[in-house]
Design a protein around this ligand. Structure first.
Ligand code: SF4
Length: 342
């Protein structure tokens, strides 16, 4: 019998993922924040670092004093439904607010979930008009929700319409689909994604254990069809916050032609404080990657500044200015003088 996507506390209890006594509390969580564990995800749930990312816990009912409803200021930067415009040369287009799976630490958890209809044609046309009227927009980022949950024809229409706007040179798509709902990367989807170049896909991957055979096959298809693949990872306490796990993840990405792009400090999303590390811990991990893992395996460690001011790199820094020039630390922490006087 075909497995179904698990969406409720009762589903989770029947699958043995939570105890029957937890059903009332987890039902409360599920009422606030969507739950979906797809059949493909169910097959890898027992691998390290997977379950905590997707199976809800009562910890989500706790809001820490720093938690925010709109942690990265999407609302403040949304001139119309479907567009978030934070930086001059790029904007987000959110055609859909549904995902194949729901991450327990999601920064948009207040606004994504089943039942959120995709943008209507009229709403989409208003978004295209906005983009066309802003010639500084060089890149459009399709985000969500997960844009690859759309039907290939819907996605193709969006891509082809954006392609007709002369100043839009780059289309970037952020997605979990190739890794966790890989069957969607079929011939029709590949056709939709390859009608124009360049298309970048940023894959959200937090643990090397997410690379199932199906995921690897989907990635191969995307890479073989000329789509540039980047990886983004959220630093998550108890899941990937040690150098060996993070290093293995970055190497696995690179091996499969995915260039690690960002390591995100977890956002201040409501009910997610149990996932957050300190920034000092993140900087220490980045220092542990540097030198010990190839330069190809180095993401940038980023903070999306709460409120909507945009992303900034968090370091660590390796250089200090002195009266004589600079002191630069190597990856072993040994200091070296450097003078840039010409
Ligand atoms: S795939 Fe992205 S938008 Fe969807 S739940 Fe996960 S983090 Fe949130």
């Amino acid at each position: 019998m075909k497995q179904k996507t698990l969406r409720s506390a009762t589903d989770l209890a029947s699958a043995g993922l939570i105890d029957a006594t937890e059903v009332p509390a987890i039902s409360e969580v599920a009422k606030k924040y969507a739950v979906a564990i797809s059949p493909q995800l169910q097959e890898i749930l027992d691998r390290p670092g997977i379950k905590q990312q997707f199976v809800p816990s009562v910890a989500e009912l706790y809001n820490s004093p720093s938690d925010q409803q709109d942690p990265i200021g999407d609302n403040a930067n949304s001139p119309l439904k479907g567009i978030i415009h934070r930086y001059p040369d790029r904007c987000l287009l959110q055609p859909v607010r549904v995902c194949p799976v729901y991450c327990r630490f999601c920064f948009r958890r207040e606004t994504v979930g089943p039942g959120n209809a995709a943008l209507t044609q009229t709403e989409l046309e208003a978004c295209y008009k906005y983009i066309a009227e802003h010639p500084a927009i060089w890149e459009v980022i399709l985000s969500g929700g997960d844009p690859l949950i759309l039907k290939p024809q819907q996605l193709a229409n969006i891509i082809m319409t954006l392609d007709q706007i002369e100043h839009v040179e780059i289309i970037r798509i952020h997605s979990r689909v190739p890794i966790l709902d890989s069957a969607r990367i079929d011939t029709a989807m590949l056709q939709a994604l390859t009608q124009r170049r360049p298309i970048y896909i940023v894959l959200h991957i937090n643990h090397a254990a997410e690379f199932s055979d199906a995921a690897i096959a989907a990635i191969e298809q995307l890479a073989n069809n000329g789509i540039v693949l980047l990886g983004q990872t959220v630093l998550l306490k108890g899941i990937n916050d040690n150098a060996a796990t993070l290093g293995q993840l970055m190497r696995t990405m690179v091996k499969h032609r995915i260039k690690p792009y960002y390591l995100h400090q977890a956002d201040l999303a409501a009910g997610t404080s149990h996932f957050r590390t300190t920034i000092a811990a993140g900087q220490k991990l980045m220092a542990a990657l540097r030198g010990n893992y190839s330069g190809l395996c180095q993401p940038q460690y980023m903070l999306d500044i709460p409120g909507g001011a945009g992303k900034s790199p968090l370091g660590p820094t390796y250089i200090t200015e002195t009266e004589q020039g600079y002191v630069v630390n190597d990856y072993n922490g040994v200091a070296h003088n450097y003078n840039d006087t010409v």
